[in-house]
Design a protein around this ligand. Structure first.
Ligand code: PHE
Length: 349
């Protein structure tokens, strides 16, 4: 009996040691607080392995009960301590991880590229600067305007066939996304006394299919010059001077007659791009002349509607597409590059 009892005691003690060894290894490998709590229940809770080993204790001698009981108690306390230590360690590791994530090494060189103005904005600023030095003021257009300003005030009454030259976006309340910066001519004439020298750079909109030369949204620069005795030669001289400044070399220009209801005579000006590289030879179909703007002497009716006496004053106006000028300057063959948001393109300038 004593023998059996001591065997049972030894057996239970060695089961306890196995359990403790297993618990130590398990606790060591745990990596989350949740697992750790499960482990605590597993080893020390009411339905734990420890409790089930202790169930055998009732058959032992009093010495055996004493030995197994106190060993079990020690193990319970030690497992609890190990679990507490492990929890502290996990918490500490977590704090370190969080603070490492927030650490910023200010000595690492920046990978960010600085932003810069879009090429069209840069060139608009350059153009404004050139004309300001020539004595022009800069006025910006409305992007949404009335039929009156976009058409009627520049001698295109309702139903006039010339309206077909401008494919128009209409708003629901019959306003217009301006089709040209000529929409500002009437306001400019009405609001100032000659001499008037104004340019109007701004966005214009046309309801048209896009291709390498045409965008539905583009930038125009309008010019209006009114004074006593202004002639066609003044217009050619002003524009030639501007182009030569813009391209930073002497630019040849050519005038060909064309019709716009708000000028008389009116026409197109082309510039000589024969030495701008092959891309532009193609665009001009081998002629070397690139059509760049519409212009002419302001129609007497337009001056009148602007409150200016055409018997005393005369003037000229032009409108060019800014993108059309930037393309030959930088050898850009497709107008659609400008606004498609391609960073590789934009960063070149
Ligand atoms: N507004 C015209 C256009 O957009 C250009 C132009 C302006 C022509 C001024 C003559 C005078 O086509």
């Amino acid at each position: 009996m004593a023998n059996k009892s001591s065997t049972d005691t030894d057996e239970l003690l060695s089961k306890l040691d196995d359990l403790f060894t297993k618990a130590k290894a398990n606790i060591k490998s745990i990596s989350s607080k949740e697992e750790l709590e499960l482990e605590r229940i597993r080893y020390t809770g009411r339905k734990s392995e420890l409790t089930s080993i202790l169930r055998g204790i009732k058959d032992l001698s009093p010495e055996g009960k004493q030995a197994v009981g106190s060993r079990a108690n020690e193990i319970r306390i030690q497992v609890d301590q190990l679990i507490d230590q492990k929890r502290d360690q996990l918490i500490q590791e977590n704090i370190e991880k969080l603070s490492n994530a927030e650490k910023i090494d200010v000595t690492v060189p920046s990978q960010l590229k600085n932003g810069h103005q879009h090429i069209i904005s840069q060139m608009q600023a350059k153009i404004e600067d050139i004309f300001q030095r020539m004595g022009f003021q800069v006025v910006y257009p409305y992007e949404i305007d009335t039929d009156y300003n976009n058409f009627q005030a520049v001698n295109i009454p309702e139903g006039h066939p010339a309206r077909d030259s401008w494919d128009t976006f209409w708003t629901e309340d019959d306003h217009i996304a301006v089709t040209h910066t000529s929409s500002m001519q009437n306001r400019v004439l009405k609001s100032s006394e000659p001499p008037i020298r104004v340019i109007v750079p701004g966005r214009t909109f046309r309801h048209e299919a896009t291709d390498a030369r045409h965008e539905h949204t583009f930038t125009q620069v309008e010019g209006v010059y009114v004074d006593k005795g202004i002639t066609f030669a003044d217009m050619l001289g002003t524009l030639k001077a501007f182009f030569s400044e813009f391209f930073e070399k002497d630019i040849q220009i050519k005038f060909s007659p064309d019709f716009f209801p708000f000028v008389e005579p009116g026409g197109m000006i082309s510039i000589d791009v024969s030495d701008f590289g092959d891309t532009f030879k193609e665009v001009t179909k081998g002629t070397g002349w690139l059509e760049i703007l519409g212009c002419g002497m302001i129609h007497p009716k337009v001056l009148e509607m602007g409150g200016i006496d055409p018997n005393v004053y005369s003037g000229f106006a032009w409108g060019f597409g800014l993108e059309r000028l930037v393309m030959p300057k930088f050898g850009i063959e497709d107008v659609r590059h400008f606004y498609k948001g391609d960073l590789a393109f934009i960063r070149q300038f």
